[in-house]
Write a protein that binds this ligand. Structure first.
Ligand SMILES: Cc1ncc(COP(=O)(O)O)c(C=O)c1O
Length: 451
């Protein structure tokens, strides 16, 4: 056994003994990949194997790995001060600058930024803000939040309750009350073009009417459902959702934790359809994963309401690390890299190359359905019979086999959800790296479905 192998095995034993991982399941952790370093879209594990990081790690490393500028920004800010209280009455320079920058880049109606440490906290704050806002309007019964099937909104109890994937509820119940989901309306007859996962805007209207518009505070939507399987919306879907929200006086929360900051070829995803949310949740690419940071951003109308409250209505929502100066300094530098290197434009071009490449390689394949992409997010499903859409009996096993083949034979790391294989590489990716991902996917599909 080489020294490296011995070290790997010792570390693996220690990991298995003491480190509890997100989505923990011991049988899936017998031979973990232990990463050590990265550069651009490439990751290297402690045994020296190199991989293309085709999911930007967890959809977050937008500017790629190994950016010295971000390490320098963090170190310079840390040298100035460890941390400063950001509660009302105090502030810090990088956070002030970053809030202004986010408002500049986000939708024209956005007014105020509340910094968090994660996407879950951003959504949790968005829900509380929606309820707070309706209380200020004298509508205290508007408390329910609606989310959609197959959505993912986070790991806290409220955000898990709203996540529309039941695996995230099992054994954790009871879930939080007044957090409800859309479902296919009975006897639905409409001529809407459906989203790639089959829903349409009528599902949203049906849920609001079922719950009673006077009890609904907000609906939360990911512009592209990410962790649920990269399901893209039909053109026109979000315009209709916006109209429905306006008609029933329901706030629209855009969960852009994945899609924010260029992922779909626009700074923010709903720009593509000319739609503006009332509250915007962000995280991930805000700091490209170099340090944790998120935010919820509120419209000018909500900001005005928060600024003009009765004496008893203090917004008692707080995190110690909100607007952490180190994270804010990294966020500012990160957004500057995105602008300097025109990464939003690159995401649009490379996203089209990835989508077209996957279609060229896999469209018409007897075991592939639902090839989908928007900007630099893509996915496809591996099924028993593409002509009927019939899934494999062990659907997840097939997804796992494709994922394993891509990693072990082609050095490409991606993510699966059931039988869907998902891609969201860093925005810095170039054409030859996109082509390597496409080749790896095609080879893996061939090996798993024919071999
Ligand atoms: C759309 C969306 N919302 C919220 C979250 C939760 O973010 P975090 O894991 O940073 O709490 C995620 C995480 O993947 C996400 O994809």
């Amino acid at each position: 056994m080489t020294v490296d192998q011995e070290t790997y095995e010792a570390l693996t034993r220690a990991d298995q003994a003491h480190l509890l991982h997100p989505q923990y399941y011991a049988p899936d952790h017998t031979q973990p990949v232990i990463f050590e370093s990265g550069k651009g879209v490439w990751l290297t594990d402690m045994q020296g194997n190199r991989y293309i990081d085709a999911l930007s790690s967890l959809w977050n490393v937008a500017v790629g790995h190994g950016r010295e500028e971000l390490a320098d920004a963090a170190a310079a800010q840390m040298r100035k001060v460890a941390f400063t209280n950001n509660y009302t009455g105090f502030s810090n320079i990088p956070a002030i600058k970053l809030a202004s920058k986010v408002v500049d880049l986000a939708y024209d109606n956005m007014g105020g930024v509340y910094f968090t440490n994660s996407g879950s906290e951003s959504n949790e704050g968005a829900f509380k803000t929606a309820r707070f806002y309706w209380n200020l309007q004298g509508r205290p019964d508007k408390v329910k939040i609606i989310a959609r099937e197959r959505s993912y909104h986070g790991g806290t109890l409220a955000t898990s309750s709203l996540t529309g994937l039941s695996v995230f509820w099992k054994y954790f119940g009871p879930m939080v009350p007044e957090m409800v989901h859309t479902r296919k309306p009975d006897n639905l007859e409409c001529d809407c073009e459906p989203n790639t996962d089959g829903e349409c805007a009528h599902w949203v209207e049906d849920a609001i009417l079922r719950e009673g518009p006077d009890t609904v505070a907000a609906i939360i939507c990911e512009p592209v459902k990410g962790a649920g399987g990269v399901w893209t919306p039909a053109d026109g879907y979000f315009q209709r959702v916006r109209e429905i929200c306006d008609r029933y006086e329901v706030l629209l929360i855009a969960d852009e934790v994945i899609t924010g900051f260029g992922r779909t070829g626009h700074w923010f995803a709903l720009e593509r359809w000319g739609v503006q949310p009332d509250i915007l949740s962000i995280a991930k690419a805000l700091t490209s994963g170099y340090v944790p940071m998120g935010a919820f951003v509120v419209s000018e109308a909500i900001l005005d309401a928060l600024k003009d409250t009765p004496p008893d209505a203090r917004f008692m929502h707080a995190y110690t690390n909100s607007a952490h100066p180190t994270a804010a300094a990294v966020g500012l530098r990160n957004l500057q890299i995105m602008e300097d290197e025109r990464l939003v434009q690159n995401a649009a071009a490379m996203g089209d190359r990835l989508g077209e490449g996957l279609r060229g390689a896999l469209d018409g394949h007897p075991h592939i359905t639902d090839l989908r992409h928007l900007g630099l997010m893509a996915g496809f499903s591996v099924v028993q019979d593409a002509s009927t859409g019939r899934a494999y009996e062990a659907a997840r096993g097939v997804g796992v086999a494709v994922q394993k083949h891509m990693r072990e034979e082609s050095g490409v790391i991606t993510r699966i959800v059931g039988d869907s294989v998902l891609f969201a590489p860093p925005l810095v990716i170039d054409a030859s790296e996109v082509d390597q991902i496409v080749d790896a996917a095609a080879k893996a599909v061939r090996a798993v479905t024919e071999g």
